[in-house]
Design a protein around this ligand. Structure first.
Ligand code: UFG
Length: 339
């Protein structure tokens, strides 16, 4: 079962799962995705996965899916709200979507004896790290937003459930996922004005936005702009398949495991902007403005544990991801002007 399987990371993971021979059952409430994503998945894989337009807050619906699919082998749980700013304005939405839904899912999974669980966590749990790169055993810092708090609480719920019920959990702490499938059949579909850097860049490049604002060039970094670890969404998707296989083959060392999923390389906002212009040949209008509230200076992953234990390593670069994100942006805009 792939919850949130029509979203950005979910849809790419569905493709990787299908290409590895799995038959995903998608559950997605379409709150931040579109049923047309199924067409893209079908064009890439040649098959159309099963899909339920259900909201995981509805316990009866969750039960129904498990009843209908007694052969489920595991769950990859993406379905969640993901905007930091929105979570500050409407925390209860986040606690309901990101926590109540997880609890419903776990109840039914255990009642139906489905015990393999892969969870979408985030590097946000590290806050502003004391040293870089961050390893998985570094302390989880107090969350600075309800969104971040839900990821921390969810990890705790899963850790406790692994201990109590024999659930086998892998939490993947994502760094900054960007890019799109190289086929340009699926990609990121932000609703409204994008909050994240790369969709804002591609929308500016295509002319939907006047200019990119770089939030701060007075950070204590080599060029003054903030540093993140940008990971290609296809590499990230592959990490889920590898994690699932680890659980299927019983190779996990503990009932609750955590892995950083990043490239191990930090890039500044300026580097991202410069690389985008270089690989696409597009001149991107931008302006430096003040810092964005809540942003940290720098974070990037130590990926040693993922490499040694999972046998997973990013293969694609930030430049590959920007090229793919641009191809996807061009494709969706042409479609809209040319239905
Ligand atoms: N940035 C800009 N201009 C923009 C958008 C972003 O300069 O228009 C900068 C940000 O200030 C930051 C960097 O680009 O320095 C990356 O910003 P994103 O919004 O793309 O990503 P964040 O690192 O802020 O957020 C990501 C995930 C969140 C998660 C967070 C945890 O998208 O879900 O990491 O660190 F909570």
């Amino acid at each position: 079962m792939v919850t949130g399987g029509l979203g950005f990371i979910g849809s790419h993971t569905v493709v990787e799962l299908m290409e590895a021979g799995y038959e995903p059952v998608i559950v997605d409430d379409l709150s931040n995705s579109s049923p047309q994503v199924l067409d893209g998945i079908e064009r890439i894989t040649g098959r159309r996965p099963l899909f339920y337009d259900y909201d995981l807050r509805d316990k009866a619906k969750v039960k129904e899916i498990f009843d209908r699919h007694p052969d489920l082998q595991g769950i990859i749980h993406f379905a969640a709200s993901k905007y930091v700013g929105e979570s500050v304005e409407n925390p209860l939405l986040y606690y309901e979507n990101n926590i109540c839904s997880l609890v419903h899912l776990l109840h039914e999974a255990l009642a139906h004896d489905v015990r393999r669980f892969i969870f979408s966590s985030s590097c946000t749990v590290y806050g502003e790290p004391d040293s870089l790169p961050v390893t998985e055993d570094m302390p989880v810092k107090p969350a600075t937003s309800p969104y971040g708090n839900t990821k921390q609480i969810d990890e705790e719920i899963l850790r406790d459930s692994a201990k109590a019920y024999g659930l086998q959990v892998i939490a993947l702490r994502y760094f900054n996922p960007i890019g799109a499938h190289p086929s340009a059949e699926i990609g990121e579909l932000p609703v409204g004005v994008p909050q994240n850097l790369v969709p804002f860049i591609t929308q500016t490049a295509i002319g939907l936005r006047d200019e990119l604002r770089i939030f701060g060039d007075d950070y204590p970094t080599p060029d003054g702009t903030a540093i993140r670890d940008y990971i290609h969404v296809v590499d990230l998707a592959r990490a889920h398949v590898v994690a699932l296989e680890r659980l299927m083959e019983g190779r996990n060392k503990e009932a609750f495991e955590v892995f950083n999923i990043g490239t191990g390389r930090g890039s500044s906002v300026r580097e991202v902007v410069d690389t985008f212009m270089k690989v696409t040949g597009v001149d991107l209008p931008y302006r430096i403005t003040g810092r964005r509230e809540g942003d940290i200076t720098a974070v990037w992953a130590d990926t040693t544990k993922a490499e040694n234990e999972l046998g997973w390593k990013a293969r694609l670069t930030m430049a590959d991801a920007l090229r793919d994100a641009w191809r996807w942006e061009q494709k969706i805009r042409n479609k809209k002007s040319n239905p």
